[in-house]
Design a protein around this ligand. Structure first.
Ligand code: CP
Length: 317
């Protein structure tokens, strides 16, 4: 009997959804990301490899992180912007994948579309495909977040996170990873109508039940957890998206992370995937304050990218 597609994908070194990886693989990437951040890893394990960096949407962190990571690991890169490939003139994703997979060892792709488009790019053998953010999930952001939690909280197992904001691709990836670690707590407070997609929440609840963790999403900022290690927020306007409701800001306003909210948790660190909009999802006092680790988190995108690329190309078939 054929293996489930998710297992097959993970075995061949693609990272399209964190649901494709098992916990051993996630732990390995986090461990190696921490080691890269500490400067404990040397050498150029990707010498001779060629990596395509294809971003169809804007990016400061993820594009730079993967480009710098590939170069630091000894690979060479080819960068494609949103208007560069013949996809724009009607060539199919399948034909594009056939061609690129014969020339590239890896393709890091931020798409305007779904993860299914990335799976089509990953269909031919030989080229690892890494999701650098799709409409539904931002898996390399969550791996960065776990690396940052490992560094600043002292471990991912047992970590307690309050996520405040839209149930976007960053939230989805966090929900598909953190609850798989033992004894964790992920409390999501998402604006009504802007929560996790139902299938993501169902999968995350399943992971939490298996690991003895807590996964709880509500839309009520009056009901908050007693204590957490991390308060996490994200921009209100996810890259390249618009909200149909003209009054969406009024719905989001109670979900701002300000000093009053952070002060409920005197030991908690503040995390933000960036880019930030001071005065919207958080205040300058919080983002630029002493408990913010948002810029360490941003730097970790490069260390996480190094760990992801090393894993992906080693696992490639
Ligand atoms: N957090 C994040 O993905 O940042 P960029 O959009 O700048 O890559």
């Amino acid at each position: 009997m054929a293996a489930p597609s998710s297992v097959r994908v993970a075995q061949r070194g693609d990272l399209i959804s964190l649901a494709d990886l098992d916990l051993v693989q996630i732990r390995e990437i986090v461990r190696n990301g921490v080691a890269f951040a500490r400067g404990e890893r040397a050498g150029e394990p990707l010498a001779g490899a060629v990596i395509g960096i294809y971003f169809r949407k804007t990016s400061t962190r993820t594009r730079t992180a993967f480009s710098a990571a590939a170069l630091r690991l000894g690979a060479r890169i080819i960068a494609y912007g949103p208007d560069d490939l013949q996809l724009n003139t009607g060539e199919t994703v399948e034909d594009t994948a056939q061609v690129l997979s014969r020339m590239l060892d890896g393709l890091v792709c931020r798409t305007a579309g779904s993860t299914e488009e990335l799976r089509a790019l990953a269909a031919p053998p030989g080229m690892s495909v890494i999701n650098a953010m799709s409409a539904h999930e931002h898996p390399t952001q969550a791996l960065t977040d776990l690396i940052t939690i490992q560094q600043h909280v002292g471990g991912v197992d047992g970590a307690r996170v309050l996520y405040v904001g839209e149930g976007n691709s960053t939230a989805a990836a966090l929900a598909l990873s953190l609850p798989r670690f033992e004894g964790t707590e992920l409390h999501l407070r998402t604006p009504p109508g802007y929560g996790l997609e139902a299938h993501v929440r169902a999968q995350a609840e399943e992971y939490a039940a298996e690991s003895g963790s807590v996964l709880r999403e509500t839309h009520d900022m009056a009901e908050l957890p007693a204590d957490v290690d991390v308060v996490y927020t994200t921009r209100w306007q996810t890259t390249g998206t618009t909200k149909a409701d003209p009054d969406w800001r009024a719905v989001f306003q109670p979900f701002q992370v300000d000093e009053q909210l952070l002060d409920r948790y005197p030991e908690a660190r503040f995390m933000h995937d960036l880019p930030a909009h001071r005065g919207e999802e958080t205040t300058a006092a919080v983002l630029d304050g002493p408990r913010s680790i948002a810029f360490d988190q941003a730097e970790n995108k490069m260390h996480g990218a190094m760990a992801v690329l090393e894993w992906a190309l080693r696992s490639r078939t």
